[in-house]
Ligand binder design. Sequence first.
Ligand SMILES: *[C@@H]1O[C@H](CO)[C@@H](O)[C@H](O)[C@H]1NC(C)=O
Length: 477
Amino acid sequence: MLGIFRKVFEADDLGREIAAVALPALLGLAADPLASLVDTAFIGQIGSVELAAVGVSISVFNLISKIFNIPLLNITTSYVAEDNVAGCGFEEGIPLTEAAGKLSHFIEKPGKSEKRVYPSVSSALFLGSSLGIIEALVLLLGAWPILRIMGILDDSPMRLPAQQYLSIRALGAPAVVVSLATQGVFRGFKDTKTPLYATVTGNIVNVVLDPILMFSFGYGVTGAAVATVVSQYVIAFILLVKLNEVAVLIPPDISRLGLRRFFSSGGLLFTRTIAILLTMTLATSMAAQEGVAPMAAHQICMQIWLAASLLSDSLALAGQAVIADFVARNNGQKVKEATFRVLQLGIVFGLIMGVILGLGGQRFSKLFTSDDLVIQALITIIPFAVLTQPINSMAFVFDGIFYGATDFAFAAYSMIVIGIISSAVLFAAPSFLGLPGVWLGLTVLMSLRMASGILRLGTATGPWQFLANESLEIDNS
Ligand SMILES: *[C@@H]1O[C@H](CO)[C@@H](O)[C@H](O)[C@H]1NC(C)=O
C-alpha cells in the first residue's frame, strides 16, 4: 500500500512538472471564493436586502462565466500549448515539422527579447475582448429584464441595489474575459504562478478598496461594485503586461488567426456545459420539491461537495496543460505516462478527500446549520458526498485528459448522453427515495462521467488511437 503511495507521489520529472502547475493553480482557484466571501461579509454589514440583491447579481455573473468565459479559457490552454511547441507557426492542416520550420518567420525581434507570435494567443485575446464587450453591453442594456427573469420583481426592495450593482459590474466584463483568456494562455505555457500573482494582487486591491468606498465614502453597494471592477482591471492589466513580455499581443496578420477551431471547440464545450447545467438544475429543483429542510440540506451538501472538488480541479487543469504539451510534441509515451499519473493522483486525492469528509462531514455541516430537521436530512445524503469523492475526482481528471488531447467532441457528445440518463434517474428516484434519490442521480452523473473516460481510453478511439500502437506514435492528421 505504502509502495503505491510512494510511486504515485514520486518526485520524478513528471511528478514535479504536474505539481508545479497544480499547486499555484489550487491557490488561485481557492482565492476567488475567498474574495467573494470577504465581499459578502462587507455587503452583509449594509443590510440583508442589499446582500440578497447582490447575491442575485453575482449568480448572473457566475452563470455567464460558466457558459461562455471558462470554455474560452479551457480551449485556449490546449491551443496555446500546441502553438508553443510547434514553434509558434502551427496552423490547421500544416504538419508540425513544417510549422516548426516557419519559426524564423514568426519571431518578431530575434535575439534577447524573444517575443513571439502565437496565433492562438492573439485569437484568445481577440475573442476574449469581443466577448467581454458583448457581455458588458447585454448586461448594461438588459439589466432590467435579466433581474426580472431572476425573480426580482419591479416593486421589490432589492430592485434598485441589484440594478446598481449589476450595471457597474457589467463594466468589468471585458477585463474579466480578457483575464480569463490570458490565464488560459499562461496555463498553455504551464505557468500558473503568474495568474496566481495577478489574482492575489487584484483581490488585495478589492479588499482594501471595499471598506474605503463602501463606508468611508458611504457609496454602499455601488462602492462594492466599483472596488470589484477596479480590481478586475488591475488583474487584466498585470496579466497583459506579463504576457506582452513573451508574446506579441496584436498579430501582424489578422487573417492568420485561425479562429475557426476556437469556434468549433467552443460550440462543443458550450453544449457540454449546458448539458451539465441542465442536469444540476434538475437536481436542485427536485430537491426543492422535497420541502424546505431537505432543500437547505441539499444546498449545504452541495457547497461541501464543490469545495471538496477544488483539489481535483487543480489536478485536472495541470493534467490538461502537461498532456497538451506532450501531445503537441507527438510524444505518445509521455502522454500515456502523464495520463496514468494524473489518474492515479486523482484516485488518491479522491480517497483522501473522502476520508476527510467522512470524518469531518457532520461537523462541517453543523457550521452551516443548527436546525434539527436540516441536520436529519443531511445525515441521509452526506454518505453520497463522501463515497463519491474518488469518482468525482476521476471524472474531473478525465476532463483535463480529454481537453489536453483536444478531444472536445467526445467530451461534449458523451455528456449529452450522460445528462439524459442521469436526468431520468433524477426524475424518477426521488419519488421512491426522497432527497437521497436526488443524490443517487448525482452519483449516477459522476459515475457515468468517470466511466466515459475509462471507455474512451480503454477502447483507444479518437485521438487515443496511439494507445493501441506498440510504437506510441501519435497520429496528428
Ligand atoms: C477549465 O477552467 C476552469 C476555470 O479555471 C477550471 O476550474 C477547470 O479545471 C478547467 N478544466 C480543465 C479540464 O482544465
